[in-house]
Design a protein around this ligand. Structure first.
Ligand code: ADE
Length: 418
């Protein structure tokens, strides 16, 4: 078996941590048990490009037990947990091509390695694997049954491909399932972003001015958690509806250039490029902390930060301190890469349980519908969302009510007014 990982010696620790995560992923575990006899993915090759974490490991193990041949590459150079990569290779016999801190060439060569291991189905987080496949292996596109996409940024890229008519096979936007974005994006990003800031800085959130840039589901989660820890949260947004929502959720809303001289901590969660640039950095307070929780490292314009600086040093793990010409210090989290995974461990397993159950169901859906889907971006049928939510509730020992027949009839009628 081919693979490229950092250190085989880390596998015991990785195995223990994978088991720990499994204990918080009861939905995925139940699907794993359910499908391991039936093997609905028998003989299906899956090229995955996901963050190599304990939660992803459990997804890979579940897919393998359902009969798939999986190969895993990283979806970000700084999110790989090297012990998990080692455990997957040594203990679970799953090829992994991922090393934390890989440079750009190695990162893309790992994606090629995963693709070349088989690609009946692609599983992506950010669409780097899909775009590599389209750019470098166009002759293979017709052989792919379908793909899945985990994150908002990836779905945006795929919709752009579909719009231009270049998407070569059907893809399921797992991100757009309610059991994904309402929980993973909001509560997952909310908690793991605060976790990353704390691990890298050990700063006090209470009483700080905490600027959240972007008020999508991820931004909402970050703002809520920062506020829960006592921060004075300021939201910067470009969309008037979302800005209004932030205002009515109780946050101060203002343009970023006005927030720049006030904030102690800044987090970008927009999915767009060059959100924090020279203009904002020039106005920030001494010792401000800046970080990005969006998928790509484009939200903070690093060239601008470097241009304004006379030197930089790694002041703590995953924290670079830049000294500007006028003496001010600006502290950058996780090199501007998604800080919840570069400075912490990503979203907790409890929330990834649902996202990855959606991924698991998507792979089965693609296999069952192979050849019947168009070259479009799909969302999973609502029944699957409902099923995942129901199992999750059961595992949390939470019961809910049911509509009576009379109530169902009323909801599908139009002629009964006051
Ligand atoms: N994305 C965010 N958190 C993650 C995690 N824990 N595992 C995989 N992908 C993630």
């Amino acid at each position: 078996m081919e693979y490229d990982i950092k250190d085989k010696g880390l596998s015991d620790r990785g195995t223990q941590r994978i088991e720990w995560a499994a204990s918080f992923m009861p939905v995925l575990y139940s699907l794993r048990e359910l499908f391991k006899k039936e093997k609905p993915l028998k003989g299906t090759s899956i090229a995955a490009c996901l963050h190599v974490t304990t939660e992803t490991a459990n997804l890979m193990i579940a897919l393998k037990e359902a009969g798939a041949n999986v190969a895993l590459s990283a979806s970000n150079p700084l999110s790989t947990q090297d012990d998990v990569a080692a455990a997957l290779v040594l203990k679970f016999d799953i090829p992994v091509f991922a090393v934390r801190g890989a440079d750009k060439d190695r990162y893309y060569s790992h994606i090629r390695n995963a693709l070349e291991s088989g690609h009946d189905i692609t599983m992506d987080d950010g669409a780097d694997l899909v775009s590599t496949l389209h750019k470098e292996y166009p002759s293979l596109l017709d052989k792919v049954m379908g793909g899945t996409e985990e994150t908002t940024t990836g779905v945006i890229r795929l919709r752009a491909m579909a719009k231009e008519g270049v998407l070569g096979y059907p893809v399921i936007a797992v991100n757009d399932s309610m059991t994904k974005y309402l929980f993973d994006n909001r509560y997952g990003t909310g908690q793991s972003t605060i976790d990353g800031i704390l691990r890298a800085t050990n700063c006090l959130i209470a009483g700080s001015y905490f600027v959240v840039i972007g008020y999508g589901w991820c931004g909402k989660g970050v703002a809520k958690r920062a506020s829960g820890m006592g921060a004075k949260v300021i939201v910067a947004e470009v969309n008037p509806v979302k800005a209004l929502e932030a205002a009515m959720d109780g946050f101060q809303v203002m343009p970023l250039r006005e927030a720049a001289p006030i904030g102690d901590i800044f987090v970008t969660v927009t999915g767009d490029k060059w959100v924090i640039t020279k203009e904002e950095i020039s106005k920030m307070k001494d010792n401000a902390i800046i970080g990005n929780a969006g998928h790509f490292n484009v939200e903070i314009k690093l060239e601008d930060l470097e241009d304004l600086s006379i030197d930089q040093k790694e002041i703590r793990d995953n924290l670079t301190q830049f000294r500007l010409r006028d003496g001010r210090r600006i502290n950058l989290l996780g090199k501007g890469r998604l800080l919840n995974l570069s400075c912490a461990e990503g979203h907790p397993a409890m929330v990834m349980d649902m996202s990855f159950s959606d991924q698991f169901y998507s792979a089965i859906y693609i296999r069952e519908n192979a050849g019947k889907l168009e070259k479009k971006v799909y969302i999973l049928p609502e029944e699957i969302d409902q099923k995942v939510a129901r199992i999750k509730l059961e595992t949390m020992n939470i019961g809910i009510d049911e509509l009576t027949e009379e109530q169902k009839k009323y909801l599908s009628s139009w002629d009964k007014g006051t």
